[in-house]
Design a binder for this molecule. Sequence first.
Ligand code: G6P
Length: 615
Amino acid sequence: MCGIVGYIGHREAYPIIMKGLQRLEYRGYDSAGIALFDGNNIKLSKTKGKVVDLEDRVAKEINTEGSLGIGHTRWATHGVPNDVNSHPHYSNSGNLVIIHNGIIENYESLKKELTKRGYTFKSDTDTEVLINLIEDVKKNENTKLGKAVQIALNQVVGAYAIAVFDKNKPNEIVVARLGSPLAIGIGEDEFFIASDASPFIEYTKNAIYLEDEEMAIVRRNKGVKIRKIKDDSLVDPYIQELQINLEQIEKGGFDHFMLKEIYEQPSAIQDTFRGRMLPKDAIIKMAGVEDNMKTFLNADRIIVVACGTSWHAGLVSEYIFENLARIPVEVEYASEFRYRNPVITDKDVVIAISQSGETADTLAAIKLAKSKGAFVFGVCNVVGSSIARETDAGAYTHAGPEIGVASTKAFTTQITVLTLIALRLARAKGTITSTEFRHHMIELELIPEKVKKALESDDYVRSIAEIYKDASNFLYLGRGYNFPVALEGALKLKEISYIHAEGYPAAEMKHGPIALIDENMPIVVIATRKGHYDKVVSNIEEIKSRSGKIIGIVTEGDTTVKKLADHVIEVPESLELLSPLLTTIPLQLLSYHIAVMLDKNVDQPRNLAKSVTVE
Ligand code: G6P
């Protein structure tokens, strides 16, 4: 769960690496470091803190000349975030230097062995063990760096994306991956290495994504040679043309990525259904679904596995699949599913949802399901990600890069993809009529414009945030399709403002949370006209009689809730099934504004990371 960057070519490596690290800070930001090579010396600087802190440190410590270098932004797994534990790490001789994203699980036994052989360790990290293991192999076997890396990695249990270079081999960087992503950008006589393509997108659109258990030797002026780590066989490099551009990954005039991403939702949702849905012709086309239609139609049930916000999208999809396609659905936290010996058969379809496509628990759940014979379908945002590759088939959300740690557009685009799948299956099964099918598509097509309308409440939501920003607890209530939205609203607030918030099914409130309600408790209630409206209104009455402060999320033109609530935020009318795509917007904005007012780091909240590649 760290970001790694490397460069070898004809330009100065320093600015490329620093800019790249900034773009990768979403992967971790508790410490950062860089190692540059100028043909004679390795110059290494690292610090606890963010990439801006590293810039200050570098200015004091090293000169930045050099056309080869590697950099790292860290999210601690072994060893607390401090200067010493930051990457890069030297080997004992000072000749080799490494950056690493992942975890070496057997590092303790390796460390013991190496200690016996006289190696010493400055840090508490597993990474320093790995670089000394590589050094030990290199010395004992009298081999080149690439071979030493390969032999060492065959002794390692765990996950890694690494980049290593040797002071005595100044024209190459050796990289490898298992379980953590690694892309190589191919320029004109220059090469870029990174956890994703964002650090090099302005230099080249050509990239190789290493597969698990592959390593590559990247040589100045020569090219990239890829081998399998296990058996040393050569792999033909597959160079992909990248579809993203720089503008997509920068803030585009917004103060924060999160706000930019909230505002991108109309176009992101449109991109998600673009080309897949033709309401006029009553067609939904998704290759991954069409190619496996039989499997979907014969499935006894669908099991959704996911984490965090993606799990909430999964919960929404449970309501949608069951209602439209009449297929039983279970929604599982990937981390629970993988460890509880679940009953899975080859009649199950597992849908794995993940923005990053790298979440370790989700990936492990997929592997488990596959080993039991289930067909696994992925819903991912990041193209070429590990989950996208591990699944039997899938559908991308096409939301574009999501940088803010708190997920927003990923959520709404996941729901959009899942709705398309449910509609397609429903039509194939005949559980909805062709008129209903077309009607749903027409309504879905209107959603981007309606999201735009919902975003117009921004100023009003900010004024509500001003009133409640100092509350210590929030309650979020919803029913049916909007129960998961209540969970997601509470999660957004917790994540970025550090205010305690709970999401609850509105009716279930009576069985506990009602005890918390007093005049200091803001309660966000999703009360759209079509969603069990009367029942929710009764719940609002119950809150009112206990003096709770009510923020209602209502359908345009609502009058009933308006009379009861302290504030109402309107969203456009839509099908009940599509309402989560609208009701979630004001909740995202509310959490955003509260976090900004409390001066929190919105895009990089404490203790969290965008892509959780450890279990
Ligand atoms: C982390 C992120 C969340 C995300 C979750 C699952 O906790 O901070 O925003 O929902 O991981 O990530 P995924 O990439 O699998 O959707």
